[in-house]
Each structure stands twice: as C-alpha cells, then as structure tokens.
Design a protein around this ligand. Structure first.
Ligand code: DGT
Ligand code: CA
Ligand code: CA
Length: 576
C-alpha cells in the first residue's frame, strides 16, 4: 500500500515525540514537528513528488536530512529511525507527553523511576501517591496529572487571536491601575500573534508583587483562582480563559518579558547560545557567573548574546536565530505599510454597509484605496451579483469615487470558482472591472487532484489577479481543503496572481507557513480585510500579525504599494 501524506505527517510527529523523550537536540525535534505541519496542514504532496522522481521543493526547515527521510518513507513505507525509536520506547510513554504539564524530562522520570508505561499505570501511580515522592514532582503536580488524564482526549480549547486580544486589552488596562504598577505587557502566544491562544500570559512591573496579584483576583470576570502568591497568580475567567500573571521588579522586566513571550523552542535556543558564550539566561536575566550582564530590556539581552532584537512573531525557532546570527532578519511588514485594501463587501451582497460608508471607513483606517468586491450570483445566500446588478454597482462605485476625496475606489468582484474551475460570471461581465478575485466557496471535499486542477484552471483565467483565502480553512470549524498548495503558489507566481492573506480572524488564510512558502517561491501576497462592515478594517492588524509570522516584508505585499503601481499590476504591466 502506498503511504499517504497524513501517514507521513504522523510518522514525523511521532519521531519528534520520541526524539524529545530521548532528549535529542531540540533543533532536530523541532525540524520533525515543522515537517509534520508542512505535510499535514499544508497538504504538501511530498510523497507524490518523490514518486514522480521530482526533486523536493525548497521548504522552510526541510534540509537534506529530512528530504532523505521523506524519500525513505515514500519508497519503503517506513522510517528506520522511527522503527528504532519505537523499539526503544513504549507507545504509552510517548502518549504521556501529550498531557499538559508533562514535558520530556518528567515523562522520562516517570518511566525510568516508576516504570510507568501507559496512562492507566500513570493514573494508578498518581492515586497511590507514588508520583509526589519523585524528585521534581510534588502533591500538586500529582493532582494535576490526575486531572489531566481525566480531561485527556478532550481537545484543549484555544481561543482565536482576536478574542484573546480583547480579553487581554481589558485586563492590561485594569492591571495598569494596580498598586504601584509601572508597566503591564501581554506576553506568550498572544504577543507572538499566533492565530490561536491557549492562555494569556501577562507581565506587570511593580515593586510589590503580592498587592498586584490581589488586584488581579478582584477583577470582576475572575471565576476561579488556581494559584496566588507574591510574584505570580493564575486565574480562570468566566469565559474559561486562563490568565497567568507574573509580577517582576523593573530591573528584570526585559528578561521576564523575553522568557514569557516564548516560544519555548526559541527560548531553548537562546539558552544554548548563552551557554556557548559562557553565560546563563533565565527569566531573571543574562548572567556571567553570578554577575547580571543584561536584564532590563529584551534589546540588551539579545545584544549581549550577539543578536539583533528579534520580533516576537518570528520567535518560533524556524530559522530566526540563524538569520539573526548572520544579521539577515527580514524587515517585517507593519500595519502602517498597508495603503490599500483589495477585498471588501457592501450591502449589495452580504455586507452591512453602503459603498460610501465602507469607503469612508477605509479612509478613516488610513487607507488610500479600496476595491469593492462583492460576491457573485452563485452565492445566493449572500445575494451574489449577476451581470446586470454588477454593472449597476460599478456605476455606483464610480459615482461615490467621484464624490469622495482622500480615498480611491476600485471596482471588483469576488467571483465564485465553479466545480470545474470556470468562473461564475461571463468574461463580458468581468472585463470592465479593476479587480477580479477568484474564490472557492463550494465542493470543499473534492479529491486533491480534482481540487488542485479546479483551482489551477481558475488561476489561468486572464482576468483573475487575486486568489481569495487560498487554503479555505475556518479556524476551529473547517479544515483546509485538500489542495496541492505548492502547485497553487507556483501557478500564482507564473501568472502574477497575488495569494490573499485574508485577515478575517476566523480565516487568517494564508497560514504563517504558507506565507513563507509563497515568499520563498517569489509569489506575491495581498493582505485583505474581507470587511463586511466598516469596523472590520480593524482586522487588518491581525492579517499583518500573520504576515509577520510568515516572514513577509513590505516588498512582498502588493497593497503596501501606491495605487499607481497597483493599477499597473492589475493591468498586467510590469511592476517593480
Ligand atoms: P499557548 O498559551 O499554548 O498559546 O502558548 P504560549 O507560548 O503562550 O505558552 P505558555 O502559556 O505555556 O507559556 C508562555 C511562555 O512562557 C512560553 O512561550 C515560554 C515560557 N515558558 C513557559 N513554560 C516554559 C518552560 O517550561 N520552559 C521554557 N523555556 N519556557 C517556558
Ligand atoms: Ca500562553
Ligand atoms: Ca501560560
């Protein structure tokens, strides 16, 4: 039986787990996890590439060693490394790694000291009180392990970034009013702009931690107090969101911020680097022997490690340390670089505001141009436009454009891609438009081959300049469709079509890794709001966060360019 990509992804994930248990080089562990994600989430058909005798494409984190593993798996259906690891480590031991709070070190201890090899045995050991007797464990850890086994299997709930950001904003504001608090910052995955957030990590700067922790407990939305002390508190809000607060004195704020921003993988690389340079890095500072050499700001800590400051969105151990060492970090795009938006809806289809109201809102959000791109007729639930209504809308867009100063309007459509890759409107209807965005809104379950063929066909239409939300996932609600993303990206590059990074908080599509792949392939990206109402231009902030996680720079993003250049690009003329 030929192996599937899902099996390859699973094999890589398991290899990473088992390597981690054996305390292998964290970089190597990370490489396997990254590869599992590339194959699983981006549906990269690497097995087929090998089968067709093609060289593997250049992919973030896939070096010669991993490429060899992919070939081995494609040809033999096995990874010798994984087979060997499996013989060395019982499967139940690897499963323990999935419990929150149990890292490789602790799992190793449980296995080696208590000979626990399954979750059942682990629960028994916890109930018998044998775990608390181990060095590095306590009664609290034991209780947490029992609780975790009980909830194991329920998918840990993660909040979408936009919601986490809302909770954080309220809390940060509130904590700023706390006793003698001089600064409050959100750290963790929120600061790294991850698309979902497990819990909030907040950092406050104050001389007396206990009083600030007390202040947090008095926050009206606190439903449960998990821990409270002199320097830290953990609470759960009524929404179920956990909040970890650390209070540190000003001199070590930078070190704490660096530590609690993570990611763990990034931190672990930094600690190794510190050791190589004869220093020690922890949440209190960077030390030479007992002498602190940097602690107050992140900048000085990075500098003393010989690195430029690394933006939080890059801190995932996906090559940022290597790039920083060579002083070749990307200069990441910022929200202020965006001067236009090429995808927005109005009350002509499923938006809530008029063309004029959307134009004014775009202008208020600092944009200089906006494309009006409502749905096409096939999307009847969204009152999609047929050729007659589209022509009428264009006239209205031009009328409003003539009336408003400081914002230019472009005519456009988000046209459905039909099952066979044809577009939902005739060429005669599309011809007069400034912007044509192709979008898949149906038949998500086609086979990879059929879905890829369909999308590539749509991209071949000469009027199409943007591919909307290319992977098609809805965070927490719908998996990406099965499509060969690399083929799609390459087609976009060949036809000079921009891949949309749809900034809607439920989409954030392209994903961070897909952005990076697009950049590596030299394809263009457009960061669009897909706003259905005036306030939704705020979503562009999250789109930019995702773009930054994908290493995108200003030059990679078409709507960071002035209208004149965008018009030339839309007209199929060369752009710099
Ligand atoms: P999340 O909450 O799952 O969305 O992801 P994070 O990255 O916010 O993770 P979290 O809340 O467990 O921890 C926040 C940061 O604190 C993390 O990014 C790095 C740091 N941190 C927490 N625990 C450890 C640890 O055991 N080792 C190291 N090196 N750093 C840790
Ligand atoms: Ca967190
Ligand atoms: Ca946390």
């Amino acid at each position: 039986m030929p192996k599937t990509n899902a099996e390859l992804a699973a094999a890589f994930e398991q290899t990473a787990d088992l390597l981690e248990l054996q305390q292998a080089n964290p970089f190597r562990v990370r490489a396997y996890r990254n590869a599992a994600r590339l194959v699983g989430e981006l549906k990269l058909d690497l097995i087929a590439q090998v089968g067709q005798g093609k060289a593997l494409p250049r992919l973030p984190g896939i070096g010669a060693d991993l490429a060899g593993k992919i070939e081995e798996f494609a040809r033999s259906g096995h990874l010798a490394l994984l087979d060997r690891l499996r013989r060395q480590i019982p499967a139940g031991v690897a499963e323990m790694l999935r419990l929150p709070g149990l890292g490789p070190k602790r799992v190793r201890a449980l296995y080696e000291e208590l000979h626990v090899t399954s979750l059942t045995q682990l629960a028994r050991a916890a109930r018998d009180g044998r775990i608390r007797a181990l060095p590095g464990f306590g009664a609290r850890t034991e209780a947490r392990i029992l609780e975790a086994i009980g909830t194991h299997g329920h998918k840990a709930q993660r909040l979408k970034l936009v919601n986490a950001a809302q909770y954080a904003a309220g809390l940060v504001e509130y904590l700023r009013q706390g006793p003698k608090v001089s600064e409050v910052a959100a750290a963790g995955s929120l600061r790294r702009s991850r698309e979902t957030v497990g819990d909030l990590d907040l950092l406050a700067c104050a001389p007396e931690g206990a009083a600030v922790c007390e202040h947090l407990l008095a926050y009206p939305e606190v439903a449960e107090v998990r821990a409270a002390g002199n320097t830290r508190a953990t609470v759960v809000l009524e929404s179920g969101l956990q909040v970890d607060l650390r209070v540190v004195p000003e001199p070590s704020f930078g070190a704490a911020l660096l530590y609690f921003t993570g990611s763990k993988a990034h931190n672990s690389r930094l600690r190794t680097l510190a050791i190589q340079r004869g220093m020690k890095l922890n949440e209190y500072g960077l030390f030479e022997g007992r002498k602190p050499v940097a602690a107050a700001t992140e900048e000085e800590i990075y500098r003393r490690l010989g690195l430029p400051w690394i933006p939080p969105e890059l801190r995932e151990d996906r090559g940022e340390i290597e790039a920083a060492l060579k002083n070749r970090l990307p200069v990441l795009i910022e929200r202020a670089d965006l001067v236009g938006d090429l995808h927005a809806h109005t009350d002509w289809s499923d938006g809530t505001a008029s063309i004029e109201a959307m134009a004014r809102a775009a202008k208020a959000h600092g944009l200089a141009y906006l494309a009006i791109s409502d749905h096409s007729r096939r999307l009847t639930v969204a009152h999609g436009l047929d050729p007659t209504r589209l022509a009428k809308q264009c006239a209205e867009v031009e009328r409003v454009d003539g009336k408003l100063d400081g914002i230019a309007l472009l005519t456009g459509i988000e046209v459905d891609v039909l099952d066979d890759g044809a577009l939902d409107l005739p060429d005669s209807a599309l011809a007069p438009l400034d912007v044509v965005i192709a979008a898949v809104h149906s038949k998500f379950d086609l086979s990879r081959a059929a879905q890829t063929r369909r999308i590539l066909a749509a991209l071949d239409h000469p009027k199409v300049k943007i591919l909307a939300h290319p992977v098609g996932r809805l965070i927490d609600r719908r998996e990406p469709y099965d499509v060969d993303m690399l083929a799609v990206i390459r087609k976009c590059k060949a036809r000079d079509v921009a891949l949309e990074l749809n900034a809607h908080p439920e989409r954030l599509d392209l994903t961070d890794l897909a952005c990076r792949m697009a950049k590596d392939e030299g394809a263009r990206v457009v960061v669009n709001s897909d706003a259905h109402g005036g306030h939704e231009f705020d979503n562009l902030d999250f789109g930019i966060g995702q773009a930054r996680r994908g290493w995108l720079e200003k030059a990679d993003v078409i709507n960071a360019r002035p209208l004149r250049e965008v018009r030339a690009w839309l007209a199929g003329k060369e752009t710099p």
